[in-house]
Write a protein that binds this ligand. Structure first.
Ligand code: NCD
Length: 310
């Protein structure tokens, strides 16, 4: 049923396709746990003989490692562009030529690039599937899938009232997530400093899709209305002018006092976090962001096995 060749944007998903990926992730989760007690020592060679190429032109910890772990836990192999400086990119090679070359060495490419639209462009030059692992301020679809998986595993996907907090202007995770959530009839609360609001064109698309959207600049306005807080980092590296960054830096922070106003609220974050979540929140039952990062493995296993035709 899932016939997409590339995975570029959550705008291209139907609800059925997302549901299928999430249910496949649930089946594969046992392998994601590896040889530990919970994994029961089960191993898989579903992707034996397949090679994934990680091409990261921007920093990454979770996305790159969890793709690598997902591939290896399913018996596949991974090649990595270890650094831009060590590759022909440093000699001036353009992205199209790199993709034409690397797609001859592997079965799937995972690409992170600072330029919006880079993955779509790369896909047009690739002989193998391209997965967008973040294109500038554009999209980050596999992050969204693991976000949805986390929400589903907590049983909240059917009555979701979620606040997307922070840098909604440059944050690709929230762009991807908002589109996907419009398929689930979630109530969306956008909370950001005035200068970092969700782009108008995305809000328009969401409204056209029938989504219920509320906006605010203060978390306190919405804390009692929601069951999930999805917090994001201010994307410092995307600001054209450092002075503009200084104006918004440190303007919002989630702390334990805020949680007291809604003791059951689940707190998510794509990570890395900088100062937007007080460290005391990490140890609360509300914080789910480290579990969320683990779910990157089963979800990326599902994506890879589906794109590679199992
Ligand atoms: C995010 C990203 O790269 O967009 N990180 C991630 O993949 N988990 C969020 C961020 O960098 O703030």
């Amino acid at each position: 049923m899932f016939v997409k060749r590339h995975l570029i944007s959550t705008r291209e998903f139907s609800k059925e396709e997302i549901d299928y990926i999430l249910s496949r992730a649930e089946e594969l989760e046992v392998y994601a746990r590896g040889n530990g007690k919970e994994g029961k020592g089960r191993k898989s060679d579903l992707l034996k003989g397949k090679i994934l190429a990680n091409l990261f032109y921007e920093p990454s910890t979770r996305t790159r490692f969890s793709f690598e772990t997902a591939m290896k836990r399913l018996g596949g192999e991974v090649i990595n562009l270890s650094s831009i400086e060590a590759s022909s990119v440093a000699k001036g090679e353009n992205l199209a030529d790199t993709i034409r070359t690397v797609s001859g060495y592997c079965d799937v490419i995972v690409l992170r690039h600072p330029r919006e639209g880079a993955s779509r462009m790369a896909a047009s030059f690739s002989s193998v599937p391209v997965i967008n692992a973040g294109d500038g301020a554009g999209q980050h679809p596999t992050q969204t899938l693991l976000d949805l998986y986390t929400i589903k595993r907590e049983g909240l996907l059917d009555d979701l009232r979620i606040a997307l907090i922070g840098d909604l202007k440059y944050g690709r995770t929230v762009h991807s997530l908002a589109y996907a959530l419009s398929l689930y009839h979630a109530k969306l609360f956008f909370v950001s400093p005035e200068a970092l609001k969700m782009p108008e064109e995305i809000k328009l698309d969401l409204k056209e899709a029938g989504a219920e959207v509320f906006e605010s600049t203060d978390i306190k306005d919405v804390i009692k209305e929601v069951n999930v807080l999805y917090v994001t980092r201010i994307q410092k590296e995307r600001f054209p002018d450092p002075a503009e960054y200084s104006k918004v830096a440190g303007t919002y922070r989630i702390d334990t006092d805020l949680i007291k106003e809604n003791e059951d609220v689940m707190i998510m974050h794509p990570l890395p976090k900088v100062d937007e979540i007080d460290a005391a929140v990490d140890g609360t039952k509300n914080a789910r962001y480290f579990l969320q990062t683990f779910y990157g493995v089963p979800v990326r296993m599902a994506v890879l096995s589906i794109l590679l035709g199992e």
